[in-house]
Design a protein around this ligand. Structure first.
Ligand SMILES: Cc1cc2nc3c(=O)[nH]c(=O)nc-3n(C[C@H](O)[C@H](O)[C@H](O)COP(=O)(O)O)c2cc1C
Length: 243
């Protein structure tokens, strides 16, 4: 079955969030092609992933000393209730990511980077060896498609003079690339100037903001149906491995 993991990390759940609007557009278009059965939603603001603690780190360090250890065997190294709790929070999040053929991530820019809510999920899932394929030593994310839907109040694209201040999309590109998602499987859709409509001193950018949002909506819809159709044809091909 084709599978989609839909993550939102905007703290704003009031209905005003641009990244939430766009990820939900993606999810709707994807499920139109593939149906709802393989769809999974995680709202990192409604259900925040707890920040790392000593138990997570000590368990992770013990796993690192052993080397490449499949996650099924991590419980053998757990010592004490705090580590058991840390692993009980961590393992389902890793499983959820690894089960997804496609991941769409709503990622607003907060203070030039990603929200702490998203960073907490990233820190948690990046447990030592979590993505290592015990069979071949490669990454278990090598076939995962990742679509990042970014929103930001200002403009950081080419010509903005602020490209060097964008620690949001380059960070996510570097993170997923480092953990084995091929560049061809990584997409970014960005809506810029999202606060131009509300901040009086940015009123002159309202037209640019509207153009950026319209382009982002169109690109999200295009990506969702292209990725959705690709996922559907992969799983329908005779003998194909489910992605
Ligand atoms: C805590 C916080 C920090 C922000 N920092 C920045 C920033 O550094 N640069 C920027 O362009 N916009 C910044 N913004 C504006 C958001 O990026 C913008 O409102 C975006 O649309 C938020 O995503 P959302 O619409 O999905 O909620 C910030 C907003 C918040 C709430």
């Amino acid at each position: 079955m084709a599978s989609l993991l839909h993550l939102d990390s905007a703290a704003n759940r009031s209905g005003e969030s641009v990244s939430r609007e766009l990820t939900s557009l993606f999810a709707r278009a994807w499920t139109e092609v593939n149906g709802p059965a393989g769809y999974r939603y995680r709202d990192l603001a409604a259900d925040p992933v707890p920040p790392l603690d000593t138990a997570y780190c000590t368990l992770g360090r013990r796993v690192e000393r052993v080397g490449l250890l499949p996650r099924e065997r991590v419980p053998e190294l757990v010592t004490g209730a705090a580590e058991a709790r840390a692993w009980a929070v961590t393992r389902p999040l890793i499983d959820e990511l690894l089960a997804a053929g496609t991941v769409v991530i709503g990622a607003p820019m907060y203070n030039l980077s990603v929200p702490a809510l998203l960073k907490a999920w990233i820190d948690r899932i990046t447990f030592p060896g979590a993505f290592a394929d015990p069979a071949g030593g490669g990454s278990r994310l090598r076939d995962t498609k990742v679509v990042v839907v970014a929103a930001r109040g200002g403009a950081y694209g080419p010509g903005s003079g602020r490209q060097d201040q964008d620690f949001q999309t380059p960070y996510l590109r570097a993170y997923f690339g480092r953990h084995g998602v091929p560049e061809a499987n990584l997409s970014f859709v960005t809506a810029e100037l999202t606060v131009a409509g509300v901040m009086p001193h940015l009123a002159r950018f309202r037209q640019d903001a509207a153009v950026s949002l319209a382009a982002a909506r169109a690109e999200v819809a295009r990506q969702a149906s292209a990725r959705g159709r690709a996922a559907a044809s992969t799983v329908r091909a005779p003998g194909a491995v489910t992605s």
